[in-house]
Design a protein around this ligand. Structure first.
Ligand SMILES: [Zn+2]
Length: 440
């Protein structure tokens, strides 16, 4: 295991593109790619869903070329269309963003209609510039509903699923939020500025320091300056409002992260969670704080004894001051099992190789959504176990002004891989377990 960690560490310069550019990870100013003027596949104009009357349909049920990305208006129209065409229920969280946007989602499938019937939560576009996340999620749900209604299967590139598997996948009960950072995405789409965070200026010291990194704002080891080893803090998160990884003024200070927590609280039997990011070609499972260990239950994120050594990946848990984040063997086995299936399905779909690894193998983080979801049942034993994942779809566009802006060909492949990854996650969830029987 150590060997593989060292091997991965040697690859860090290559792998560290996940959500962050290398210089961002190291806390240095981001270089502007001056000679590269392409913004990749353009943002759609108009409304392909015709004011919520034509349902989104992705690449799993048809062969078509996606020539544009969904605009913020189209994401909203597409969600409305799923409700209008297929009769699915939608919801809006109780929190409004800095720019006054609401955060909405939908729920599909399941074996009942009460909140406890939904066991999988798919979340998109928390990082604004990671283009194609909302598209991939909305198109996948559209495919699933189309295939179910018409009794057909799904084909994502070289990965196919039967009509029976579509119905099995839907039986899991899915809540989904395609656009969890509406202000950030609206700004990124209008400015092509490679914007990652939300648009909350409350803590900023000027126009260059607006925004909170939502994926450092969750209540999992949020106060990293106290909870991580000093040697790793600079890569875990930042207290500086101008940083791409600024963690905010408090855990859950932001309406966007409050909204995601609200979904998990409201649909309290959710057992599986995916946050959809780009890019690195990775499927990440918990933990992201330190290497995993299953031998020392008291060696965990709630134990302040380890605050000075948490986040060091080169130590050996249980030896000297070595620390590893505790994950019970059975839970870890399931975490890995589903992640492996997702990674294999995405690799097959697009013919590009996705890596499956614990999140910490990229670099240790605090306050991320995947770890927060998995941490809930440790921090409060009355809460349901959630297996949490980050998918980093795609492999970057070095020719673009922002490497997170895919070319048309990349976007096409990304959408196929996302569809296969989500589909495989739903089937894995059903196979491995959805938790308590549904009583509604
Ligand atoms: Zn991201």
């Amino acid at each position: 295991m150590k060997l593989s960690l060292y091997f991965l560490a040697s690859l860090a310069p290559l792998l560290s593109s996940a959500c962050l550019l290398p210089e961002e990870r190291e806390g240095l100013p981001r270089r502007i790619h001056r000679r590269q003027t392409s913004n990749g596949v353009p943002i759609g104009t108009g409304d392909r869903f015709s004011a919520g009357t034509i349902a989104p349909r992705g690449l799993g049920t048809q062969s078509t070329t996606l020539t544009t990305l969904l605009s913020v208006a189209e994401i909203s129209s597409g969600l409305k269309a799923l409700a209008n065409v297929y009769g699915i229920s939608t919801f809006t969280t109780p929190y409004t963003t800095y720019n006054g946007a609401t955060i909405s989602g939908g729920k599909v499938g399941g074996t009942g209609t009460c909140n406890n019937a939904y066991r999988v939560y798919l979340n998109g576009a928390i990082h604004a510039r990671e283009r194609g996340s909302a598209d991939g999620l909305l198109f996948f749900i559209g495919d699933l509903l189309y295939a179910n209604k018409n009794n057909v299967g799904l084909t994502y590139g070289s990965k196919s699923y039967t009509s029976a598997q579509v119905k099995t996948a839907l039986s899991s009960g899915i809540v989904f939020v395609p656009l969890s950072n509406p202000d950030g995405v609206a700004y990124d789409q209008s400015s092509n500025s490679c914007w990652r965070k939300n648009r909350n200026p409350a803590s900023s010291t000027g126009s260059s320091s607006i925004g909170v990194d939502l994926n450092r704002n969750f209540d999992f080891l949020w106060d990293f300056t106290k909870l991580f080893a000093s040697s790793v803090r600079s890569s875990v998160a930042s207290t500086s409002p101008s940083s791409e990884t600024f963690h905010g003024t408090a855990a859950f200070s932001e309406p966007e992260t409050k909204s995601i927590k609200w979904v998990m609280d409201t649909y309290a039997k959710v057992r599986w969670f995916i946050d959809l990011h780009s890019y690195a070609g990775d499927v990440l499972y918990s933990w992201g704080s330190d290497e995993n260990q299953s031998s020392y239950p008291k060696m965990n994120f709630l134990n302040s004894t380890y605050n000075s050594v948490r986040g060091i990946l080169t130590d050996t848990p249980g030896s000297g001051s070595g620390y590893g984040e505790y994950t019970p063997t059975a839970e870890n086995t399931d975490n890995v099992k589903a992640a492996t299936r997702i990674g294999n399905a995405m690799s097959t779909a697009g013919g590009r190789s996705y890596s499956v690894m614990p999140a910490a193998d990229l670099y240790p983080t605090s306050g991320a959504s995947d770890d927060y979801s998995y941490s809930r049942h440790f921090a409060d034993t009355s809460k349901n176990l959630i297996h949490g994942y980050t998918i980093e779809f795609g492999f970057g566009n070095s020719a673009a002004s922002c490497p997170f802006y895919p070319t048309q060909a990349q976007h096409q492949k990304n959408i196929q891989e996302i569809g296969a990854g989500f589909m495989e996650m739903l089937l894995a969830a059903v196979d491995i377990g959805l938790g308590d029987p549904v009583a509604c």
